[in-house]
Design a protein around this ligand. Structure first.
Ligand SMILES: [Zn+2]
Ligand SMILES: [Zn+2]
Length: 122
């Protein structure tokens, strides 16, 4: 930890372009994270940096200047049961989404803050 700010990067896949990007999360409190930035990244680079092993537990919300997905501008995520992030391109609650990581198709639910990680193998 430096400067008291704890930050980490998690991976997200864009359902529109099928590309990976990194999302920077800053710890905002106990079980509270804000996502501040999103940037295109190669999956191989992300693996090298260990971004595919990020684990975040708690409530997540964007900062006011969060730019959104670098490809489709989505501001929010769908967190699959496999524990990974996808762009939220669905049309609201009850919309169908397909996970870009594991291929699961499901109905969009409300994230309950129970946590997710990027490793996908727990
Ligand atoms: Zn996207
Ligand atoms: Zn999945």
């Amino acid at each position: 930890m430096t400067n008291g700010i704890e930050a980490t990067v998690a991976l997200c896949k864009c359902g529109k372009t099928h590309k990976v990007y990194g999302v920077r999360f800053e710890k905002a409190g106990k079980k509270h994270w804000k996502y501040t930035w999103a940037f295109p990244i190669k999956e191989s680079t992300a693996k090298h940096e260990g971004y595919d092993k990020t684990s975040i537990v708690g409530v997540i919300e964007p900062t006011n200047d969060y730019p959104g997905c670098p490809y489709c501008k989505a501001q929010s995520f769908v967190i699959c049961s496999c524990g990974r992030l996808n762009c939220n391109n669905t049309s609201g609650l009850g919309g169908l989404f397909t996970c870009e990581w594991c291929g699961t198709t499901g109905k969009l639910g409300i994230y309950d803050g129970s946590g997710f990680d990027s490793s996908g193998d727990r």
